[in-house]
Ligand binder design. Structure first.
Ligand code: PMV
Length: 310
């Protein structure tokens, strides 16, 4: 038996503006993962989606299928120029769906790695990243590419659309809590609404994107120089701008307010918004109080993670 995996991700700064060329910062969240388990044998390639109980036969000649798993499998086989292996690949994920944690990209990445392993054929991270992006594009419209990049490379990234990949240096590790509203994040819808606002007022909304970009640059400098104290205020300012772009929600506001009141030095929504997750910057001593406050304010799950520890 062989196992491959890929982590969840969380965006720290810059979501939405990243679609318009501004920088964004994102990190892997290894506490949550997608995994693929390969059992060789049988006839042809079968993908078993453990979480839904579906078994999906893969038709290699049909890359334009409307299922993300079989699409990823077909694209990977085509890219590797290999026939499907005789194997069953079981895919399982602990990453909640549609919550801004990159569950789709992580499942695709783990599956692509499993197919390459089943074929004993190397697949570089750069090629895997391109294939996962292709699946994201077919399923999500116009993604910036940040999700697949951080998930495939499993490293903190400073991401700018169309620019060479830059890993992010984090001098001093820091703690965040990830609070889940329990409502589905509506990334496609929120990205579409932000586009409408931008088209109605390119100058005004363009300035908001630029300000978010400046915050992302400031956050990068703070992380590189270990000035963690300044991150909280940057998170609060970034959240305010996302709220102005209409991508927050009453649930996200409640969790961000509760985290700040319980002592977090900053909080913001993360990802597409309108639901999904928020993040709060904390000292370890505040973890219990902020966690309790998040649950009291309606969080359905709180994940604690240390960012930047190698
Ligand atoms: O909801 P998520 O975590 O998939 O993040 C979407 C991030 C956006 O900037 C809103 C869109 C994108 O493609 O970058």
């Amino acid at each position: 038996m062989h196992l491959t995996s890929a982590p969840a991700k969380i965006i720290l700064f810059g979501e939405h503006a990243v679609v318009y060329g501004q920088p964004a910062l994102a990190v892997p969240v290894p506490a949550l993962t997608a995994q693929a388990e390969i059992v060789r044998g049988g006839s042809g390639l079968r993908i078993i989606a453990q979480d839904t109980g579906q078994t999906l036969p893969v038709n290699v000649d049909q890359a334009h299928v409307d299922n993300a798993l079989t699409l990823m499998a077909a694209l990977t086989l085509k890219h590797l120029q290999r026939p499907a292996p005789d194997a069953a690949i079981t895919v399982h994920s602990t990453i909640p769906l549609a919550s801004g944690l990159g569950s789709g990209a992580a499942v695709s990445a783990a599956l692509g790695r499993a197919i390459a392993l089943a074929l004993d054929t190397p697949l570089s991270d750069a090629d895997l990243n391109m294939l996962v992006y292709e699946v994201e594009r077919m399923h999500h419209g116009t993604p910036s590419g940040i999700d697949n990049t951080v998930i495939v490379y499993e490293k903190p990234v400073f991401f700018m659309r169309g620019q060479p990949l830059e890993m992010l240096t984090i001098k001093t590790p820091f703690h965040i809590l990830i609070g889940d509203t329990g409502k589905k994040g509506l990334t496609r819808e929120s990205v579409g609404d932000v586009r409408k606002h931008y088209e109605q007022d390119p100058a005004g909304v363009g300035t908001q994107f630029e300000t978010i970009g400046e915050i992302a640059w400031a956050a990068r400098h703070a992380l590189e120089s270990g000035q963690i104290d300044s991150l909280g205020e940057l998170m609060n300012r970034n959240h305010q701008l996302l709220r102005d772009l209409t991508v927050s929600s009453p649930e996200l506001e409640a969790l961000c307010d509760a985290a700040r009141q319980a002592g977090a030095s900053g909080a913001k929504l993360s990802g597409g918004g309108r639901g999904g997750n928020m993040i709060a910057l904390i000292n370890p001593a505040q973890e219990a109080a902020v966690t309790q406050a998040l649950y009291a304010a309606g969080a359905v799950r709180v994940v604690s993670t240390l960012i930047g520890a190698s």
